[in-house]
Design a protein around this ligand. Structure first.
Ligand SMILES: Cc1cc2nc3c(=O)[nH]c(=O)nc-3n(C[C@H](O)[C@H](O)[C@H](O)COP(=O)(O)OP(=O)(O)OC[C@H]3O[C@@H](n4cnc5c(N)ncnc54)[C@H](O)[C@@H]3O)c2cc1C
Ligand SMILES: Cc1cc2nc3c(=O)[nH]c(=O)nc-3n(C[C@H](O)[C@H](O)[C@H](O)COP(=O)(O)O)c2cc1C
Length: 767
């Protein structure tokens, strides 16, 4: 084939090499606008996996590249005058200029023709003379941007500013240096990539950047200012730029995340940064470019594939890899964009939060990398959790947590889950066994299902209630068992179904009205949940008084039944949530309109409940922190204000759920998918929070807690099939101090031994 590669970056050069290696008959020309040896950027980092891939593809160039790698293990985080060092991270890096030199030499050796000082114009007719034109022309690809529709280009310009500099100061560790200025935080990502040279990327928010005057500085002035700001780390070494073609503040970029729906059009194929970008803070752009090149060369040389099938396979496989990386990169980008949220942390937790920011590195990953450091984090966590009483090293999920006078023995909670098994709201033997079993299963805190304050406030005829003495007695039996037979605390979740009421049992159809015997429903406004649901009656002031009194009466009954804690359910589109979300609240009175207006009634209810509940016992509120409706609905930013408003009324914990507030929601699911909302409410609002939503491994729980993304973690569905989730986690993590029912001690010891033996065999197999 006759092929033109536009751009002699890692993608274009490595593709040319990979094609020649597979079939020397290909005629390949690479066109580069720059002169040889002129390039932007400094060093790039690689992973071991990338090294394996390039070694398999071309051992010759891989040998030269790997021989020149700079290796380092430690990450230093400089923050608030302290340096936190953790090890075992195993980085390798090389200068970008040197990498390109090696690839250019190898390409020439294989007969690739290289043209430098050759600016390419996509409109030029000469591209028609090539079978394929590889658009490896980088993030600002002219070839991609010439046909944005054909490629389905999606660009997301991120808010922080960064500049890619170099320095002769040799950093022994991968260094993050955070500096507080009177205009906000600014930080550097620095690492050595040659014996005498390091990359030094400076980043800050757009506001800090402007306030520091970088928008009005020449490049030299910018560099001067950065040298002053980071003088403590540079030991007199200078910073340098090689983006000399960029004038003034233009060297400061906003990262652009690129995604393309299609990676080829006519004879043009996108490769590397032209097709996709991943934020520099996870350092994977070059890896993606090299791996794209290998895959594209592979499919184009597979005789059994037509060109169309080859390109389909190329995009299908590579876009999956890119998606995974872009997801991690998004988390990492956002962490740096919302840095000020974490600057109240102590240095150790700040460093932990930084290391786990992309969710690719978890608590147990960190243990593998640097056991001693991680144990230091665990010791710190326990010390804080116990006000200095304990100095132990143990997983954060087992640390106690205090809310007012209630202390839970660990941070795992059984999330509220409707069982739809009550008759006339009365709990029965099913509930007795269900809650009892979960209490002895080891979780620190058990939530009841949404227990309704009136018969009309039920979701379904099977919902539990708290409106008459029979309910109190039946709940008391359960609460007494939990207290007598376990160390768990139990929280009564109280709610009213609003417009989502009068529906079938969960497993007969979610939110589907009853076939017969429907009761009238009311909500903030006359907005039905869906076309098949009833149109609710908008609540009058007198309805509001009645419902508030029902909540208060239920709180008093909860006290009589012996509950340790009460939660108000103000999430998921039920009555109080229908006031908070603008998607359901159309009221024109003081209970609608602004967020303040929409919160007025839910806060009134909460305050009345709080007044009826003893001041030494805690209360929480469950909120939907995101309507998954963009700016039209509740956003995570609103959630901070909602949390703060409830906290002012005496809420001790914000239970941060999301969604289910309108039928058209578009949630973005994934592991721990709602935890970022808890993180935001906790660290922007400085409130205690509980995270929930697809948290299912002990490792998730420990990572969330140690990184300060929540104070408690709630697991719902995992507890449906495994009431003993917490005991199992304790056995797995070899944590012995958990309360185990004496009847089960034998089984627990056996499980711990078996899991330990399995882990040792798995480790031996890996070696
Ligand atoms: C601050 C920063 C730090 C980074 N750190 C890392 C890291 O640590 N590890 C990592 O793996 N990646 C890192 N990256 C990303 C990495 O630089 C890119 O992902 C990688 O360079 C992509 O390779 P490429 O060949 O697709 O594009 P590029 O390297 O951008 O190459 C494109 C080439 O095309 C040329 N070109 C463009 N248009 C034309 C034209 N019209 N005519 C002729 N030539 C043209 C350009 O001059 C350039 O040489 C970082 C990026 C930034 C911004
Ligand atoms: C069967 C079932 C019933 C639920 N009932 C309630 C409920 O009564 N109150 C509530 O606030 N959330 C309820 N939820 C939501 C859960 O508490 C939790 O927020 C959600 O399932 C996400 O957590 P998970 O991924 O751990 O399951 C219910 C979830 C399930 C699966």
């Amino acid at each position: 084939m006759k092929i033109a590669c536009v751009g002699a970056g890692p993608a274009g050069l490595y593709f040319a090499i990979s094609m020649k290696l597979r079939d020397m008959r290909h005629e390949i020309e690479v066109f580069e606008r720059n002169a040889p040896g002129v390039t932007f950027g400094w060093g790039v980092v690689f992973s071991d996996l990338t090294v394996d891939n390039i070694t398999r593809n071309d051992p010759v160039s891989a040998e030269i590249i790997t021989a020149e790698f700079a290796h380092w293990d430690d990450i230093d985080v400089h923050f608030k005058g302290e340096t936190v060092t953790s090890g075992g991270h195993g980085f390798i890096g090389i200068g970008r200029k040197r990498l390109l030199e090696i690839l250019q030499n190898r390409a020439r050796e294989l007969g690739v023709v290289l043209h430098f000082d050759a600016e390419c114009d996509p409109a030029d007719r000469k591209w028609r003379n090539y079978d394929l034109v590889i658009a490896s022309d980088g993030i600002n690809s002219r070839f991609r941007d010439a046909q944005p529709e054909a490629f389905g280009v999606d660009v997301d310009v991120r808010s922080n500013r960064f500049v890619w500099l170099g320095t002769s100061k040799v950093f022994d560790a991968f260094t993050f240096a955070f500096e507080k200025t009177e205009h906000g935080w600014i930080w550097a990502h620095a690492y050595r990539f040659a014996p005498d040279c390091s990359t030094f990327i400076v980043e800050c928010s757009e506001e800090t950047w402007a306030r520091l005057g970088f928008d009005r500085m020449s490049q030299e002035e910018s560099i001067d200012a950065c040298e002053k700001l980071f003088a403590n780390y540079l030991d007199g070494h200078l910073l340098q730029s090689n983006a000399t073609h960029l004038v003034g503040s233009a060297a400061w970029l906003n990262f652009r995340r690129i995604k393309c729906e299609r990676w080829s059009s006519d004879n043009v194929i996108l490769l590397g940064d032209a097709a996709h970008t991943a934020h520099f803070s996870i350092g994977s752009g070059t890896k993606l470019a090299l791996e794209d090149a290998i895959k594209l060369a592979d499919v184009l040389n597979r005789k059994s594939l037509s060109l169309e099938a080859a390109l389909d396979e190329y995009q299908a496989e590579r876009s999956l890899e890119v998606l995974k990386l872009q997801n991690s990169a998004r988390n990492s980008t956002e962490w740096f964009e919302t840095l000020e949220r974490y600057t109240h942390f102590e240095p150790l937790q700040f460093a932990y939060s930084l290391l786990t920011r992309s969710q690719r590195i978890s608590h147990e990953n960190l243990r593998l990398r640097d056991r001693e450091w991680l144990e230091g984090v665990e010791r710190w966590f326990w010390k804080r959790a116990t006000n200095g009483r304990s100095n132990r090293t143990a997983p954060p999920m087992f640390a106690p947590f205090r809310l007012r006078e209630m202390e839970v023995q660990n941070r795992v909670t059984v999330s509220p889950m409707a069982m739809y098994s009550a008759v006339d709201g009365v709990t029965n033997d099913f509930h007795f066994v269900h809650y009892g079993e979960r209490a002895i299963g080891g979780a620190g805190l058990i939530f009841t299902e949404m227990t309704c304050v009136s018969p009309e406030g039920r979701i379904s005829p099977g919902c539990t209630g708290m409106w008459n003495p029979q309910h109190v007695a039946a709940w008391k039996r359960i609460v007494d068992f939990v207290h007598a037979q376990s160390k768990a605390k139990i929280c009564l979740q109280l709610g009213h179904s609003g417009g989502k009421g009068s529906t079938k049992l969960g497993w007969e159809g979610n939110d589907v009205p009853l076939d017969t015997g429907n009761w009238p429903v009311m909500a903030a406004s006359d907005v039905p949940w869906s076309p098949v649901n009833q149109v609710p009656k908008p609540m009058t002031r007198s309805d509001m008084d009645t419902v508030r009194q029902q909540f208060v009466a239920a709180v008093r009954m909860g006290l009589e039944a012996g509950f340790d804690m009460v939660e108000l359910h103000a999430a998921h589109g039920y009555l109080l949530s229908s006031f908070i979300t603008p998607l359901q609240n159309r009221r024109l009175d003081q209970y609608g309109g602004s967020l303040e207006g929409r919160l007025r009634y839910p806060l009134e209810v909460f305050a009345a409940m709080r007044a009826a509940w003893p001041s030494d016992r805690p209360m929480s509120v469950r909120i939907s922190a995101n309507d998954w409706a963009g700016e039209d609905g509740i956003t995570p930013a609103d959630a901070v204000q909602i949390g703060e408003a409830f906290a002012r009324e005496g809420a001790d914990l914000i239970d941060v759920s999301a969604g289910q507030t309108w039928a058209g929601q578009q949630p973005v699911y994934g592991r721990m998918f709602q935890t970022p909302f808890s993180d935001r409410v906790r660290n922007e609002g400085r409130l205690a929070t509980m995270a929930v939503g697809n948290i299912y491994e002990p490792d998730h729980a420990n990572s969330i807690l140690a990184a300060g993304r929540a104070d408690l973690v709630a697991l719902a569905r995992p507890h449906l099939v495994d009431p003993f989730w917490t005991l199992r986690a304790a056995a797995q993590l070899d944590y012995r101090d958990i309360a185990v029912p004496p009847q089960y001690l034998n089984g627990m010891a056996q499980l711990a031994r078996n899991l330990k033996r399995d882990a040792e065999s798995a480790a031996a197999l890996r070696v």
